[in-house]
Ligand binder design. Structure first.
Ligand SMILES: [Fe+2]
Length: 269
């Protein structure tokens, strides 16, 4: 299974900029790049902060920007989002029984689980008892299949400034994951930085945003922002195996054509 990840697009209505960046234009560039390099993907996941300042107009700009994608899309909610407005512009958005934007995609080989960590009015995220009960039930229903979890707020420490606004009180969520024994890899947005690690025996990854980046400054520094590189993640899942590739979508560098024999071509050793 091939899954494209887009981090933190922070789309604003056309003509408005975020930190000097035309984020709607960035999404256009990113979508064209995805179709060019991974148009055969099975799914695209937008890792939250879909818009910068929530309004119906901003969400329509965001959804219009995604429309050219050749694969289905699943969106998380971030701290910059608004659950009610997002649901208003997408009445058929998959949600759990309490109205949280949580859902699953199950294949023969694995289960993808999309969590809603949005906490209204807060930069940090939360995962309340009602959401947790849905997650525990979902893990039970997944049986022994490998599970991949997608969420905006990291429940793990990254060493970046964003840790001050990660997922509040993540212990119960962590326990649900480790109790199940089937969660293989956790993917998060929010950091605007690519990083990976292992926490509680689980692999985790984050990626750059496509609108702007946090510069490389570890805690306790507060980083400046950078206008790039915008980044696409291409995640390959095969049963219990996961590989995440990173590709800059702005591509400011010249492509150097390989002039030798392809390593895949048969020939003398
Ligand atoms: Fe963000």
């Amino acid at each position: 299974m091939k899954v494209v990840l887009i981090g933190d697009p922070h789309v604003r209505v056309r003509g408005e900029r975020v930190r000097g960046i035309d984020s709607a234009g960035r999404l256009d560039t990113c979508v064209a790049r995805i179709n060019a390099i991974a148009g055969d993907a099975d799914l695209c996941v937008v890792m939250g902060d879909n818009v910068d300042v929530p309004s119906e107009a901003a969400y329509r700009t965001f959804l219009d920007g995604l429309r050219p994608l050749r694969m289905p899309v699943r969106c998380l909610l971030g701290n910059h989002d608004d659950r009610a407005i997002f649901r208003t512009v997408q009445p058929d958005l998959p949600c759990d029984e309490h109205g949280f934007v949580q859902s699953t995609i199950e294949t023969d080989a694995c289960v993808l689980v999309f969590l809603d960590t949005h906490k209204p009015g807060s930069e940090a995220g939360e995962y309340c008892a009602r959401r947790l009960s849905w997650f525990r039930r979902t893990l039970r229903e997944a049986g022994r299949k490998p599970v991949y979890v997608f969420m905006h707020h990291p429940p793990f420490r990254t060493g970046f400034f964003i840790d001050h606004a990660g997922l509040e009180a993540p212990e119960a969520l962590v326990r649900a994951m480790t109790d199940a024994g089937t969660v293989r890899h956790v993917f998060a947005g929010h950091t605007h930085r690519a990083a990976s690690g292992c926490w509680n025996g689980l692999a985790w990854s984050t990626l750059h945003g496509i609108a702007y980046q946090n510069d490389f400054e570890l805690l306790p520094a507060k980083p400046n922002y950078r206008g790039g590189p915008a980044q696409i993640g291409v995640l390959l899942l095969d049963g219990g195996e996961s590989v995440l590739h990173f590709q800059d979508s702005l591509e400011p560098y010249p492509c150097i054509a390989y002039s030798g024999r392809s390593l895949r071509e048969p020939g003398p050793a």
